[in-house]
Ligand binder design. Structure first.
Ligand code: GRF
Length: 188
């Protein structure tokens, strides 16, 4: 299966997916054919370039509406022959039209055990709630943000005194495992 990855930043999840898909012993059954970023010069783009994966920057600020921006992304994904779209730290909400077109073929990684702690500050919310276990989820994307069927989850402990920064990194290591595993499942 051909995978398109959407990013906005550092791209450690993208890196995990690159490593997994390029490891011949893993039999992931997927190949990354395109990485799209809505931000210029982010580390994730450099990771793709180092792996010789085609990249495209589409800056949302250059489009007059969310729908137009999403349409441009859709066109690039189709042109590249993408079967599965993977959101890996893509910090834009997608339009209903886009999520409908990719229904069942669009997955996202979220840094909490959904349906708990939705939104952009999931790790901070978990610390403030005082829970001692949180985690990550990979799920199909539906029009409602952070909804949709869950594909894989992994738990991550929260230790007393953890800062948000420490927790963000601990959850990321779990995200990296879950994302590759979910792409394998979705590629079947
Ligand atoms: C991850 O924690 C992901 O769950 C969230 O944004 C972060 C992206 O990290 N949506 P990276 O760019 O893959 O390093």
């Amino acid at each position: 299966k051909k995978v398109g990855v959407l990013i906005s930043g550092t791209g450690t999840n993208l890196q995990a997916l690159i490593d997994a898909t390029m490891n011949p012993t893993r039999h992931i059954g997927a190949e990354i054919v395109l990485v799209i970023s809505n931000k210029l010069d982010v580390e994730g783009l450099k990771r793709a370039e180092r792996a010789n994966i085609p990249t495209k920057v589409l800056r949302h600020t250059n489009f007059s509406s969310r729908e137009e921006f999403d349409e441009a992304m859709h066109d690039e994904l189709v042109k590249a022959g993408v079967d599965i779209v993977c959101l890996a730290g893509f910090m834009r909400i997608l339009s209903g039209a886009f999520t409908r077109k990719w229904k069942g073929r669009l997955i996202n990684v979220h840094p909490a055990l959904l349906p708990l702690f939705k939104g952009t500050q999931a790790q901070k919310q978990a610390i403030e709630a005082g829970v001692r276990v949180t985690g990550c989820s990979v799920h199909f994307v539906e029009e409602d943000v952070d909804a949709g069927a869950i594909i894989t989850q992994e738990t991550v402990p929260i230790h007393i005194g953890d800062t948000v920064e420490v927790l963000v990194e601990r959850i990321k290591t779990a995200e990296h495992r879950c994302l590759s595993c979910s792409v394998t499942i979705t590629s079947d």
